[in-house]
Ligand binder design. Sequence first.
Ligand code: ASP
Length: 293
Amino acid sequence: MLRHLTDTRDFSKEEIKEILLKASQFLNGDYTDTLKKKLVINIFFENSTRTRSSFEVAAKRLGAEVVNLDVATSSSTKGETLSDTATNLDAMGPSAIVIRHSNPGVPKILSRYVKSSIVNGGDGAYAHPTQALLDLFTLNKALGSVEGKNITIVGDIKNSRVANSNIELLQRFNANVTLVAPVHFMPSYSNVRKLYKLEDAIKDTDAIISLRTQTERHQYPIYASLKDYALDYKITKKLIGDKKIFLLHPGPVHRNIDIDDDMLEDERTLVLKQVENGVAVRMAVLEKLILDR
Ligand code: ASP
């Protein structure tokens, strides 16, 4: 059966455990060209540094061919509808199409028109499933397991697809999730603990996921400046002290706004580990979607 990954709910808990186990093996260099002769097309309508290259490296490590579509020169700028672009790409016979788009729901809609697996590389403020999977993988490695652990998400949660996907996945794996944000960045979920002061959350947290302010999704500037925001929500070495708290961030980091220089260099900060793990997790996701049919 053709499968897609449009949000974290597309995989059961058992399937996610399998994917993370596979990712561990891949991380140890235990892989071959299982996707040889398969084609993966990356089409990103929003900017990306990590996610696009991570999918490309992941696909190539498993022997797949990769085509990166440059949206600026694609026919969507000539007025072609998105579904027509997708069905035309699909006619070239890819096994998977990885798509990022600023409109929430685009990957899900396209999945109805194509014969290849659609992988969501981030859609608006809705979902970023592979980021949540790699965050779970990174947290599991650091903490043993997230079960019963306190995980704090800090920042522009309301506009963050990373937060949205992380909350779903972490809660499904029985972590205690706390959200910390100013009122205007706080989402309306009712099933999550919410705090407005960073100091209140770090007393009992095992890990923090810091997020960038998604200024591209604000219709008008919410803070007078990012520096004002940083005064209340920046993760600093002074704040963390010698507590055993791991720090994650999906990138791109606003240096000295989200996290200060000293904390970025601290060994409890796992930002580069997330990037490393991301390739292995995406290898496992692509392999599952393409081979498990
Ligand atoms: N890279 C992440 C995303 O695409 C986080 C961010 O952009 O702040 O959502």
